[in-house]
Design a protein around this ligand. Structure first.
Ligand SMILES: Cc1cc2nc3c(=O)[nH]c(=O)nc-3n(C[C@H](O)[C@H](O)[C@H](O)COP(=O)(O)OP(=O)(O)OC[C@H]3O[C@@H](n4cnc5c(N)ncnc54)[C@H](O)[C@@H]3O)c2cc1C
Length: 343
């Protein structure tokens, strides 16, 4: 590590400029951690704009933000929003999405298939990523808000999951699905150059620390379960058990601090790409270690399927997968370290 400069956080806001209003990322993070401590699946099932919100905030026009986000503040009925990037043939490699967007007069026509989108079947709208030309890679991406009831949006199917069963992950299809031009996120001008893809990246920089916080919450629950079991069964006298419990606490604390650092940078409107990936790479692994330790302590009983620790063990795996897997975060960080472009 000798000589490595810790300078990845980007420039401070320029002098003489009005300070940007502070964001709410850190509060969101602490809420996400606490809710996930109790049950991450239930937390995601709660009404709200969900993962669609960061895309609207980072790419949407003022009019689109007002039209699609303000109804959530009314409280007249439960509402959900959703985010659909993943396809059966495109997960980590988002450049491989094949859902096509074709301009037709003032509208756009979408055709394709999406998978694993949280709460999509009950959502008022879904932020759908599509491509105008797969040969353009990420440069061809466009994001649309597809509203519930739009003809051609259908075939919703709830996916089977090993954990996080309290909310629905849904696949669906778009068949000649006509979307008004006003629902192209950010409007035409937003997609000059690679701005469309950059908007998606900014959204990931907001959601990755959130997923890290959720993992930390699940990890804390697993640590508490492990401690309670070890205490109840007289295992705390064993130095190896104490040492492993403490290591888990240390790693979870570190994960939380990394997430808060990424969120603080976001709140300051400063680049946080490396910190967001770092939090996302570290927290799920720390939480996985917590749940694995709990399973080891409980022993055979963990395999029966009626212990909380076994549920946490199943829930935590997804935290390493969603919003870019651990491997992908490590690739991003390594490229940033040596000064390669992001993709
Ligand atoms: C519970 C859950 C909820 C989800 N919610 C949503 C949602 O709301 N909206 C949405 O759009 N998607 C959602 N997803 C999908 C999620 O984003 C994808 O599963 C994720 O991007 C990984 O894609 P994949 O599953 O196709 O795996 P793949 O991309 O096929 O990867 C398989 C394995 O290969 C590794 N790998 C891939 N590429 C590389 C590489 N270049 N170098 C090294 N290793 C690599 C990966 O890390 C992984 O271990 C959800 C998934 C889950 C499990």
């Amino acid at each position: 590590m000798g000589g490595t400069r810790w300078q990845a956080e980007g420039p401070a806001p320029r002098e003489g400029r009005e300070p940007e209003p502070e964001g709410r990322s850190r509060v969101d993070l602490l809420l996400a951690e606490e809710l996930s401590y109790w049950d991450r699946g239930v937390a995601v099932s709660f009404p709200g704009p969900g993962l669609g919100e960061p895309s609207l905030l980072s790419m949407g026009t003022d009019e689109q933000r007002a039209r699609f986000l303000e109804p959530f503040a009314r409280g007249d009925r439960p509402r959900w929003g959703a985010f659909a990037m993943t396809e059966p043939g495109a997960g980590s490699d988002v450049a491989a999405i094949r859902t096509r967007a074709r301009r037709d007069g003032a509208d756009w026509v979408l055709n394709g298939e999406k998978s694993f989108a949280a709460n999509a079947s009950r959502a008022d709208w879904i932020v759908v990523f599509a491509t105008v030309d797969p040969a353009l890679g990420r440069g061809g991406h466009r994001a649309f808000v597809v509203e519930r009831g739009t003809p051609g949006l259908g075939d919703f199917k709830v996916e089977h999951k090993m954990g996080l069963k309290a909310y629905e992950s849904t696949s669906f299809t778009l068949r000649d699905c006509r979307v008004p031009g006003a629902n192209l996120l950010g409007g035409e001008a937003h997609y000059a150059g690679r701005a469309g893809f950059k908007g998606a990246l900014r959204a990931f920089n907001a959601t990755r620390p959130l997923v890290a916080a959720m993992a930390t919450g699940i990890g804390r629950a697993a640590l508490d379960e492990s401690l309670a079991f070890a205490r109840e069964h007289g295992l705390l006298g064993d130095v190896r058990v104490r040492d492993r419990l403490e290591r888990v606490r240390r790693r979870l604390r570190l994960a939380r601090l990394l997430g808060l650092r990424a969120a603080w940078l976001a709140d300051q409107r400063r680049p946080n790409l490396t910190e967001a990936s770092m939090a996302k790479a570290v927290a799920p692994q720390a939480a996985f270690e917590a749940a694995s330790l709990g399973m080891e302590l409980v022993g055979l009983a963990g395999g029966r399927g009626d212990q909380l620790i076994e549920k946490l063990f199943r829930d935590v795996k997804a935290m390493d997968i969603v919003e870019g897997t651990g491997q992908i975060q490590r690739l991003i960080m390594a490229r940033a370290l040596v000064g390669y472009p992001r993709d």
